[in-house]
Ligand binder design. Structure first.
Ligand code: AMP
Length: 185
């Protein structure tokens, strides 16, 4: 299956993507993780991304899309993938469509993880990542509303909503059930 995960910062996308990746036997591709790995290894790409990640802004599309193309070209992604954190705006979504069309592939579903605002803040503050300071969190939330939320409309045909409140197991089960209910076409 080829799946995109969407949800506000703190919705638990990364956690659920990792769990779904095991259950569906498809690689978990997280652009945030790829950026953090590049920053840790001080690659050119990591150096370019650093100030955006630190501020909670989107890394420019040229950098991000190139990185995703390279990752999707790897053999383990040929049969399916879970994209976590990409696309994050509609132009990235257009680029993804092009990449998939060139490979004669298309997305099966877009999972939208829905969580109350209060719960989002408590999940983020519990996580303790270096870009989880109050100011940066606030910016990431604004960026989500402005840039990423329009994907909900963009992907309306593929959208599968998942109630992401509750325990990790409950949410994983709900996501699996929701995917199983999706009619094949
Ligand atoms: P995440 O781990 O998904 O919360 O991403 C952490 C940070 O990486 C974001 O705040 C952005 O700075 C950057 N990032 C991740 N994915 C993207 C993307 N698709 N486009 C641009 N920047 C991204």
């Amino acid at each position: 299956m080829r799946i995109v995960l969407v949800g506000p910062p703190g919705a638990g996308k990364g956690t659920q993507a990792a769990r779904l990746s095991e259950r569906l036997d498809a690689p978990h591709i997280s652009t945030g993780d790829l950026f953090r790995e590049n920053m840790r290894n001080e690659t050119e790409l990591g150096k370019e991304a650093q100030r955006y990640v630190d501020a909670g802004d989107l890394v420019p599309d040229e950098v991000t899309v190139g990185m995703v193309k390279d990752r999707l070209a790897q053999p383990d992604a040929a049969q399916g993938f879970l994209l976590d954190g990409f696309p994050r705006n509609t132009s990235q979504a257009d680029e993804l469509n092009k990449v998939l069309a060139d490979l004669d592939q298309r997305l099966d579903a877009v999972l939208l993880f829905e969580v109350d605002d209060e719960e989002l803040i408590s999940r983020l503050t519990a996580r303790g990542r270096s870009d989880d300071t109050e100011e940066v969190i606030r910016n990431r939330q604004q960026v989500y509303r402005r840039e990423t939320a329009p994907l909900i409309e963009y992907y309306s045909d593929l959208l599968v909503k998942v109630d992401a409140m509750g325990t990790m197991d409950e949410v994983t089960d709900r996501a699996m059930d929701a995917l199983a209910d999706e009619p094949e076409d």
